[in-house]
Structures are given as structure tokens and as C-alpha cells.
Design a protein around this ligand. Structure first.
Ligand SMILES: Cc1cc2nc3c(=O)[nH]c(=O)nc-3n(C[C@H](O)[C@H](O)[C@H](O)COP(=O)(O)OP(=O)(O)OC[C@H]3O[C@@H](n4cnc5c(N)ncnc54)[C@H](O)[C@@H]3O)c2cc1C
Length: 284
């Protein structure tokens, strides 16, 4: 199938983007890397009159350490995150996850902001930024605001972004020496969307977990934080007993839905497998 007819514009300022968004309302879509949007147009899931290509806005690009925060511009591509020394040092969880996003051609075009705005519940970046306690920077006609990733992903493809706002950046607290991170996902083939994936960010005190964030994707309509499992781990080393307690809590709180190919039970089982696998890495 081919996309419906649309007009295309490539503004050279954010002010112009906002003006066009105000003029066209729901008839306009922002185009970043196009790796999700163009597919949805070709499938006629969306039929906008205007595509607003933000690719010319240099101020939305780049990776910088600002104090103890890593700021990544919305237009930064997955491949740039994958190879950035700043990301490797200050947000190593993102460096681990990036190679799992689709294939090289997709990572060469797709952007961080596009993935965050799209909010696919099986995508890596939404769950990753929740695990990292990042903030999403939004700019609307009324000015800039920041929303914690915890509060940003509201439902399937639905976020706290208002209709007149664009995602301009993601701000991530830089990694500290006492933080440990782990990531893994289970997919039918490398490059496929994950059946289930998991991010773990743990503040350690010696061998003990002071507090941890356990975030699952492909397991619900948004990234899912397993808060009961997090509580079960607090103050404990990641030994067999603590892992079993986290898995028991997870079984009570996760409730993944089935997808076209996998039952809810399979997903729950895989989430438990990942939980053990990642927690064991903390002790390694
Ligand atoms: C074959 C294939 C496999 C893929 N596999 C994976 C995978 O394994 N994991 C994964 O995470 N992703 C995967 N993707 C999706 C890919 O990561 C996309 O790049 C990403 O989801 C969207 O980023 P984009 O820059 O391409 O956004 P676009 O497609 O341009 O836009 C996506 C949506 O976000 C909106 N948008 C974009 N940027 C902004 C902004 N700055 N502010 C406000 N709204 C904005 C658009 O209007 C649109 O609604 C895959 C895609 C394909 C085609």
C-alpha cells in the first residue's frame, strides 16, 4: 500500500514548526527519522495533510554533559547514541540497548525523540529512560517544561506531550560509581522488536542493592516499572533468596497481555527469566 497524498515542509525554526502545528492541528504530523511515521502512513493508519520535517533544526541534535546531566537532543539518531563515548561513560545502559533497536539502516535514520514521542510499548528507549529516571524536555508555544519519564508514558502510543509541544531533548542523570546497570531482551531474531525486555538500574552499597529500578517492555501498554519487586530487593544482595522474592512480587504485579504470537503466560515466564539473569549480573 502507498501513503495518501500529503504536503511536506521543512521549517528552519522551531517557531515556524509551532505556527504550522497551530494552523493544521491534528492534520499535521512531525517527521523526524520517519521510521515509524512513514510505515503508519503506508499502512494508512494515519492520513495527515502535512508532514513537518524537523530534520533541519540543528538545535535539536547532539549529546552533551551539562553538569551532572547528560542531555541528548531529540533528533539524535539511534546510531549516534550507539557510538557516543559520552553515552558509553555517562549512560552505559543506553549504549547497551542501542544495538538492539531494529537493524543498522533503522538506527541510521531513527531518532531518540521520535521513539519517545511514538511511545511504542515494545520499544527500547521508552523503558530505558524510565529506568534511568530521565526527564523529557518539551517545548510548546507557552514555553518549555520537563516531564519525568515515569509520568510521560500514559498508554499505548499515548504520552503526556500536549498537541502543541515537540520533544526537544531527553535529560539523563549521569551514571555514578555506585550505580550498576543491566539490560537484556528476548526476541525471535536479532533486530526484531522484543517479545519482552528489561532494564535494571541499581544504586549499590557494596554488594547490597540500596534501591533499584526494574522496567519491562513488551509487557503492557507502556513501559512497566515493577515497584513491588523493587521493594523486595531493597537492602539485600542479589542472591537466590532476593531474586526469588523479586520474581514472586513480579508475578503478582506484571500482568502482561498476549500479543499475536505469544501468550501472557509466555511473557510472564520470560520476564521472570530476565529478572534472574539481570540480577545475577549485579553480583558478577
Ligand atoms: C523494520 C523496523 C524495525 C524497527 N525495530 C525497532 C526496534 O527493535 N526497537 C525500537 O525501539 N524501534 C524499532 N523501530 C522503530 C524505530 O526505532 C523508529 O526510529 C522510532 O520508533 C521512531 O523514531 P523516528 O525518528 O523514526 O520517528 P518518526 O517515525 O519520524 O516519528 C514517529 C512519531 O513521533 C512523532 N515525533 C517524532 N519526533 C518528534 C518530536 N521531536 N517531537 C514530537 N513528536 C515527534 C511523529 O510525529 C510520529 O508520530 C523499527 C522500525 C522499523 C521500520
Amino acid at each position: 500500500m502507498k501513503a495518501p497524498d500529503f504536503d511536506y515542509v521543512k521549517p528552519d525554526s522551531i517557531a515556524r514548526v509551532h505556527a504550522l502545528m497551530a494552523e493544521y492541528g491534528d492534520d499535521a504530523r512531525i517527521l523526524a527519522g520517519g521510521q515509524s511515521l512513514i510505515t503508519s502512513l503506508n499502512l494508512r493508519l494515519s492520513e495527515p495533510r502535512l508532514l513537518i520535517d524537523i530534520g533541519g533544526l540543528e538545535e535539536l541534535r547532539g549529546i552533551a554533559l551539562v553538569g551532572d546531566t547528560l542531555r541528548i537532543g531529540a533528533l539524535t539518531r539511534h546510531c549516534e547514541i550507539e557510538t557516543s563515548p559520552l553515552v558509553a561513560k555517562h549512560a552505559p545502559l543506553m549504549a547497551q540497548a542501542a544495538p538492539h533497536i531494529g537493524h543498522r539502516a533503522i538506527r541510521n535514520r531513527g531518532t531518540l525523540g521520535g521513539s519517545i514521542a511514538h511511545a511504542d510499548p515494545s520499544a527500547e528507549w521508552p523503558a530505558c529512560v524510565v529506568a534511568l529516571d530521565a526527564s523529557i524536555v518539551l517545548l510548546g508555544k507557552g514555553g518549555e517544561r520537563r516531564v519525568r519519564a515515569d509520568d510521560f508514558f500514559l498508554d499505548l502510543y499515548t504520552t503526556a506531550r500536549a498537541a502543541d509541544e515537540i520533544v526537544t531533548a531527553v535529560e539523563i542523570p549521569a551514571a555514578t560509581a555506585s550505580m550498576r546497570y543491566a539490560f537484556d531482551e528476548l526476541a525471535r531474531r536479532r533486530g526484531d522488536f522484543a517479545i519482552v525486555g528489561m532494564f535494571l538500574a541499581a544504586q549499590m552499597q557494596g554488594a547490597k542493592i540500596e534501591r533499584a529500578r526494574l522496567v519491562y517492555f513488551g509487557a503492557g501498554s507502556t513501559p512497566i516499572r515493577a515497584r513491588e519487586a523493587e521493594k523486595a530487593l531493597a537492602g539485600r544482595a542479589a542472591d537466590d533468596a532476593a531474586i526469588a522474592a523479586a520474581q514472586a512480587a513480579l508475578s503478582r504485579e506484571l500482568h502482561p497481555g498476549a500479543d499475536l504470537y505469544h501468550s501472557a503466560e509466555t511473557k510472564q515466564h520470560l520476564a521472570n527469566v530476565l529478572t534472574r539473569r539481570l540480577l545475577l549480573r549485579l553480583g558478577a
